[in-house]
Design a protein around this ligand. Structure first.
Ligand SMILES: CC(C)(COP(=O)(O)OP(=O)(O)OC[C@H]1O[C@@H](n2cnc3c(N)ncnc32)[C@H](O)[C@@H]1OP(=O)(O)O)[C@@H](O)C(=O)NCCC(=O)NCCS
Length: 178
């Protein structure tokens, strides 16, 4: 487990899959994500089976918050496309339980993942892509220290419109200075 103040990150289990199916079939949740088609349990199971083939450092982790004596899963976070020579990786996050949006859990999970990326994996750069029409996500990333570094114009097509995709990153030196 990777423990933060209010959350912990743990490995994903097959029993978590129904949660993902529920979260990812919610159009409001999906709006900020690449996925745009309804998702079946069978497809989700296939995705989960495929995770075992990925490098261990690129497997997503469940985000859990304290609930009474136990822990409640509310989303997941993970690194991908790790380039060990450049020591760079992309991060992705999903808080699927909408009732927990806007309570600081996303930014706390991101801080914890950055600490893991820099202090455990010894990476130098963590970047992400976020849709320009996702102000909650952008604000959460800015709070954590992500810097705007680029804009891919009209790179996203959603609900009949084109949207820009923003690139944001944090360098290890910036993280340490903060
Ligand atoms: C994006 C996401 C991870 C953020 O997590 P979160 O726990 O909701 O975010 P936080 O509470 O840490 O921070 C959100 C910030 O955005 C602000 N915010 C919320 N709605 C906003 C809006 N419409 N405009 C501007 N700021 C907004 C909040 O007030 C908060 O800032 P504050 O702490 O200064 O008040 C989460 O909402 C989520 O997973 N959404 C669905 C999937 C998704 O979009 N993933 C991201 C893909 S790049």
């Amino acid at each position: 487990m990777i423990y933060g103040e209010r959350i912990r990150l743990r490995a994903l289990e097959e029993e978590d899959l129904p949660l993902f199916v529920r979260w990812l079939n919610d159009p409001e949740v999906r709006q900020g994500l690449v996925i745009y088609l309804p998702l079946s349990h069978t497809e989700e199971k296939k995705w989960f089976t495929g995770l075992a083939q990925r490098p261990a450092d690129e497997r997503p982790l469940m985000i859990e918050i304290r609930q009474g004596e136990g822990w409640l899963p509310i989303g997941d976070i993970g690194l991908q496309a790790i380039e060990w020579r450049a020591r760079s990786a992309e991060v992705g996050i999903l808080i699927g339980e909408k009732s927990y949006w806007g309570q600081g859990y996303g930014s706390e999970a991101m801080r914890l993942m950055l600490k893991h990326a820099f202090d455990t994996l010894n990476l130098n750069r963590v970047f992400l892509r976020v849709y320009a029409h996702n102000p909650r996500a952008i604000r959460a990333y800015e709070k954590v220290g992500f810097v705007h570094e680029g804009r891919m114009r009209q790179a996203r097509y959603h609900a009949g419109e084109y949207f820009d995709v923003l690139l944001m990153s944090v360098l290890r030196s910036e993280w340490q200075a903060a």
